[in-house]
Design a protein around this ligand. Structure first.
Ligand SMILES: [Ca+2]
Ligand SMILES: [Ca+2]
Length: 118
């Protein structure tokens, strides 16, 4: 699988989107996103996937995901998320309530999820 990153191509984005869209609705629900993150396909580690997703979401590459970045990126992925879903995602990942998600917080939350999932 090609690596994710800020220079992700439209094709890569498309394949990621369909990989996450478990029910094939054409939209990624928060639950699908989380399920994907909790159980990534193939032989990639959760950390690799989480790092890739984080870089993808972090539009300005400063290592922090603001609510605005999360929202605009997820909208770009055609994720069927409403404001409440974004709030839920922020609440889930932003452990220190700083208003943005640091990469560390993101990885921690994903790992924590994985632990509870299995
Ligand atoms: Ca950022
Ligand atoms: Ca934070």
């Amino acid at each position: 699988m090609a690596s994710f990153g800020v220079n992700m191509t439209a094709d890569e984005l498309q394949s990621l989107t369909s990989a996450m869209d478990a029910d094939g609705s054409g939209q990624i629900e928060l639950a699908e996103f989380l399920a994907y993150m909790g159980d990534p396909p193939g032989n990639q580690s959760v950390e690799e996937i989480a790092n890739g997703i984080f870089s993808l979401l972090d539009a300005n590459g400063d290592g922090n995901l603001s609510r605005g970045e999360l929202k605009s990126r997820l909208e770009g992925l055609n994720a069927g998320l409403n404001e409440a879903d974004i709030d839920a995602a922020m609440a889930l990942f932003d452990k220190d309530k700083s208003g943005s998600i640091a990469k560390k917080e993101f990885l921690y939350a994903i790992k924590e999820m994985k632990t509870f999932d299995k």
